[in-house]
Design a protein around this ligand. Structure first.
Ligand SMILES: Cc1cc2nc3c(=O)[nH]c(=O)nc-3n(C[C@H](O)[C@H](O)[C@H](O)COP(=O)(O)O)c2cc1C
Length: 204
C-alpha cells in the first residue's frame, strides 16, 4: 500500500504560480546535469498541425517567460500567426514538470538588444549567418556565411533584425510532481477574468 503522502508534503498551494516556478527552478539549477532552462515549445501551423522543439528559457518576469530565436524560423512564423504557444519543462532529477499555455508576443527591441549583447561573439555571428529553418545546401554554405559576417563586423556585432525574443504570457500553468504508485500531485493555475490566479488540484 502506498502511504498516500503528497509528494509536495502539504496541501497548501502558493497564491502566485511564478513564486512556485522560481522555487522549483532554483532547485532544478542545483540538480540538473545541464540546461535546467530547456523547455519544449509547441506551436501550430494554419491547419492546426502542431510542432515542438527545445528552446532555452532566458528570463522569467513577474507574469511572463522569455526565450530568444530567429524571427523567420518555422516556430516564429507559427507563433506570429497564431499568437499562441505552449511549453513544458521536465526536470528529470526532480521528477517534476511544469506546463504552460498562453499568448505570445515579440519582446521589445531593447530587451532583445540587451540579451544579444550578452552572447558570445561566435553566437552573435551565428545569428547573422543562420537563416534558421530554411534549407541549407551544404555545411560549407553556412561556414562561408559565418566567415562573411565575421569580416563584416570586426568589432561590435549588432543584433540582426531577424533575431530576438518572444514573451509568453500564461493563462494556465500546471505543476506536476511525481508520487508513489503514480499517485502524482498535479495542480493547475488559471487566470480569472480579474487577472488573478486560481489554483485547483487535478487527478493524476
Ligand atoms: C538544448 C537545446 C537548446 C536550444 N535552444 C534554442 C533557443 O534558445 N533558441 C532557438 O531558436 N533554438 C534553440 N534550439 C534549437 C531548436 O530546438 C530548433 O532546432 C530551432 O529553433 C529551429 O526550430 P524551428 O525550425 O521549429 O523554428 C535548442 C536546441 C536544444 C537541443
Amino acid at each position: 500500500m502506498t502511504t498516500g503522502k503528497s509528494p509536495l508534503g502539504n496541501d497548501r498551494l502558493e497564491d502566485d504560480p511564478f513564486a512556485l516556478f522560481a522555487d522549483w527552478f532554483e532547485q532544478a539549477k542545483q540538480t540538473e546535469i545541464n540546461d535546467p532552462n530547456a523547455m519544449a515549445l509547441a506551436s501550430v501551423d494554419e491547419s492546426g498541425m502542431p510542432s515542438v522543439r527545445i528552446v532555452l528559457l532566458k528570463d522569467v518576469g513577474a507574469d511572463h517567460f522569455v526565450f530568444f530565436t530567429n524571427y523567420t524560423s518555422r516556430k516564429s512564423a507559427e507563433l506570429l500567426a497564431t499568437k499562441k504557444a505552449a511549453f513544458v519543462i521536465h526536470w528529470k532529477s526532480l521528477r517534476r514538470q511544469i506546463r504552460v499555455v498562453g499568448s505570445v508576443t515579440k519582446a521589445s527591441a531593447e530587451e532583445s538588444d540587451a540579451y544579444f549583447a550578452t552572447r558570445s561573439r561566435a553566437s552573435q555571428i551565428g545569428a547573422w549567418a543562420s537563416d534558421q529553418s530554411s534549407e541549407l545546401a551544404t555545411r560549407q554554405t553556412l561556414m562561408d556565411k559565418v566567415a562573411e559576417f565575421d569580416t563584416a563586423y570586426p568589432d561590435e556585432v549588432p543584433r540582426p533584425p531577424h533575431w530576438g525574443g518572444f514573451v509568453v504570457s500564461p493563462q494556465e500553468i500546471e505543476f506536476w510532481a511525481d508520487g508513489d504508485a503514480r499517485l502524482h500531485d498535479r495542480f493547475r493555475y488559471e487566470r480569472n477574468q480579474a487577472g488573478l490566479w486560481q489554483a485547483q488540484r487535478l487527478s493524476p
